[in-house]
Design a protein around this ligand. Sequence first.
Ligand SMILES: NC(=O)c1ccc[n+]([C@@H]2O[C@H](COP(=O)([O-])OP(=O)(O)OC[C@H]3O[C@@H](n4cnc5c(N)ncnc54)[C@H](OP(=O)(O)O)[C@@H]3O)[C@@H](O)[C@H]2O)c1
Length: 415
Amino acid sequence: MVTGNLVSLRPASYSDATVPKESLSPEPSAEAEAVRVCIMGSTGSIGRSTMDVVHSLRPKYRVTGLCAARRWRELAAQAAEARPSAVAIAQPTHAEALRPLLNGSTELLVGPEGLVELAGRPDSDFVVAAIVGAAGLPSTIAAVRAGKRVGLANKEALVVAGSILIPLARHSGACLLPIDSEHSAIFQSMTAGRPSEVKRILLTASGGPFRTWSGPEIAQATVEDALRHPTWKMGPKITIDSATMMNKALEIIEARWLFGLPVESIEVLVHPESIIHSMVEFCDGSVIAQLGTPDMRTPIQYSLTYPNRVSGCATRLDFATIRRLNFEPPDLERFPALRLGYEVARAGGTAGAVFNAANEAAVEAFLSRRIPFGRIVQLIEEVLGRHTVSPSPDLDELLEADAWARREVMECMKD
Ligand SMILES: NC(=O)c1ccc[n+]([C@@H]2O[C@H](COP(=O)([O-])OP(=O)(O)OC[C@H]3O[C@@H](n4cnc5c(N)ncnc54)[C@H](OP(=O)(O)O)[C@@H]3O)[C@@H](O)[C@H]2O)c1
């Protein structure tokens, strides 16, 4: 039986949260009272979908902050459309090109410090954390420290530093609302019972493009093969993570932190149609699931409007056309990342930071065609094998572990 607490998340616990319920479900009548949304990683796949959702929710929601790393032209176009009070660009070399394209009332913030400033500014109520990778951690911490409502897509932040972010959210009164479709589904399904009544959660996985491939075929997959996801359209890093099933491994750790669950109660189930986004089984044997077409705008919108539901733009399910839903257990032999994910979730401490950083470095090496697909998870396992887990790290130690793991990947690639 699960006894862990559902920090900052579970609807029942909102009554204790410092954020008053009415501010979670705004019904503003004029733009001046709109929910002010800052989108970190606005030029990416989740960022652009969030722009669509906020656009569809106008005038009750409006964008006040935008940020990107390199795609300054896209950022300028988004700023021209949304007229935010500030934008941030992570890569300082792009600042001078971006500056003249901004409206005079939009402030430009530059570099990693600029991102942190943007995420914590008082002129936003809701921060969407949609930067990819551990690069999103400092701004996610800033938003949580400032007590914002945070729509969390940046799962890597929790994998690296869940032990810092969750207590920080408790302390600041920040609310972490999941955007990852699986965790949004679990969050929604959890409302059917109490935390102590949860028996297990079933994280569904599409199985990625190599679900039916043999081990040797997977090992030799090309970049083009790995980028061809069967059901979801996403950024390149998470698409590769889906192909190795590292994405699901990261999600096990994400769920462990978000829902305060013991690792043993988190199970992965392959469901190729990506219609059931995840499920919760309660002590009486009832299983509650959330279903929908694979469209990230649905969980993004739910995080923004929670606890309200409003009309959404995703295509509706037609069960008569779907006819059947398939399930199979995950194959830990062909997808060893899942086994590693469970081991890392159990180990805790610095293990998550090393696991995530090694993956980021290995995925980058694969995408730039320096290693074959099969080497990604091997490298992660080798680096984990060289690491001695520190059980209660502070943020500096986590960042050191992250940097160490990236260097180790480079060392292992020489072998
Ligand atoms: N895509 C999905 O459907 C999906 C679903 C669930 C969860 N997620 C999670 O959401 C996050 C974003 O995924 P995505 O698919 O949207 O990624 P993406 O398309 O690659 O977009 C990443 C965004 O982060 C920005 N960025 C990259 N490096 C940065 C840095 N060092 N500093 C600041 N900004 C940086 C990018 O800016 P530039 O454009 O300038 O490079 C871009 O705006 C990931 O954590 C992913 O796991 C995604």
